[in-house]
Design a protein around this ligand. Structure first.
Ligand SMILES: Cc1ncc(COP(=O)(O)O)c(C=O)c1O
Length: 367
């Protein structure tokens, strides 16, 4: 039985009527940039994330770059510490803001960025710390707050994989004033193209971000500051408003599948589970697997799709070689990158499909 790594069809079917209604409104009004859909989505998304404001932007990479610029560290060429185990776009966002990524190692049990390691790697010129809520699991935010305070650095969260997550009962904006999201289509809340947003608890920062994303303009044709053109578009806002209504249900569904995988694979020889807290919104289900690449090839031969998030830690990627960190510097991230594999996880994944995945993983290791 084929089981794709990701399948958006059931989620699209469940929201079809809702997004068609929004699109009909948009086609009637015909304001395709920064109109009523984006305005409404920004309010709805802020409310759902427990923030006072959200600002829609073109993608998650720009969201990270704009956070750094709004925080006043853009163009400084100073260090911004982030995880070595993340999408390259975390590093790209930091570079795009005119800062230098400096990579910290992960906790080998959870694969989340380690606050202690971030502190140890800090140099005098550290301007910001960007913890990444990898696989949907928020980092230890009180610890990161302490690190940022000690370093007198800004704290900006990369929540591009953590839509709907809170930390110990509090919204993410309770821990730092800027939180970046991506709406890449496969995210817990994705759109049907590129999109992103920043949530904030600060009216001042929300105003600044609105200016920066729209060429430095304040609603007219005068540019007050060097902004960029990175606006969430109206059509994506139509989809996002429809999908947002389902986010809590979809996150619960992902969590139920993740628990099923935990229970079914915990005792499997060759498999090591990645620890998760109850705060995780289970964006990806990742295990550490012996003979990882052979397992993936075997699953693929049975029609089961998998992914690797991520195969090359950022300090070993050519684009970031100038950052000066080399092989051996971040041992936990390097080891994890050789062992991790993401199993199929998406809303409405039938239990029978998850059972098939588990059966095949056991079959591989029994043999
Ligand atoms: C952790 C993380 N950070 C940043 C990004 C960048 O988001 P986008 O692809 O929307 O630019 C992504 C998504 O790819 C991500 O997973």
């Amino acid at each position: 039985m084929p089981v794709p790594a990701v399948n958006l069809r059931p989620a699209l079917a469940a929201t079809h009527a809702a997004y068609e209604a929004r699109l009909a409104e948009l086609f009637t009004r015909q304001q395709f940039i920064l109109g009523e859909q984006v305005r409404a989505f920004e309010q709805e998304f802020a409310a759902a994330m427990g923030a006072s404001d959200s600002v829609g932007v073109g993608n998650g990479t720009d969201a990270i770059a704009l956070c750094l610029r709004a925080a006043g560290v853009g163009g400084s060429n100073k260090d911004v510490i982030t995880s070595a185990l993340t999408a390259p776009f975390t590093g790209v966002g930091i570079t795009a803001a005119g800062c230098r990524p400096r990579f910290a190692d992960v906790d080998p049990r959870t694969l989340r960025m380690s606050a202690g390691d971030a502190q140890n790697r800090a140099r005098k010129n550290t301007a910001a710390v960007v913890p990444v809520h990898l696989y949907g699991q928020p980092c230890d935010l009180p610890a990161f707050r302490r690190v940022a305070k000690t370093l007198r650095a800004e704290l900006i969260q990369d929540a591009c994989q953590a839509h709907g997550a809170s930390y110990q009962g509090k919204p993410l904006t309770a821990y730092s004033s800027l939180v970046a999201y991506s709406f890449y289509p496969t995210k817990n809340l994705g759109c049907l193209g590129d999109g992103g947003a920043i949530t904030t608890g600060s009216k001042r920062l929300a105003r600044k971000l609105r200016e920066l994303r729209d060429g430095g303009r304040r609603g007219g044709q005068v540019s007050f500051t060097f902004g960029i053109n990175s606006r969430l578009d109206e059509m994506q806002a139509c989809y996002l408003r429809a999908f947002l209504e389902k986010l809590a249900e979809w996150n619960a569904d992902r969590a139920a599948t993740a628990r099923f995988y935990d229970e079914s694979l915990r005792a499997c020889p060759g498999v090591q589970l990645v620890e998760r807290t109850s705060d995780s919104v289970c964006h990806l289900y990742v295990i550490r697997a012996k003979r990882r690449d052979r397992l993936r090839a075997f699953l693929s031969s049975k029609g089961i799709g998998t992914g690797v998030h991520y195969p090359v830690p950022l300090h070993l990627q050519p684009a970031f070689s100038a950052c000066g960190q080399k092989r051996g510097d971040l041992p936990h991230a390097e080891k994890a990158a050789r062992e991790i594999v993401s199993l199929p996880l998406w809303p409405y994944l039938p239990r029978i499909s998850a059972e098939e995945v588990v059966t095949r993983v056991w079959e591989f290791y029994r043999a």
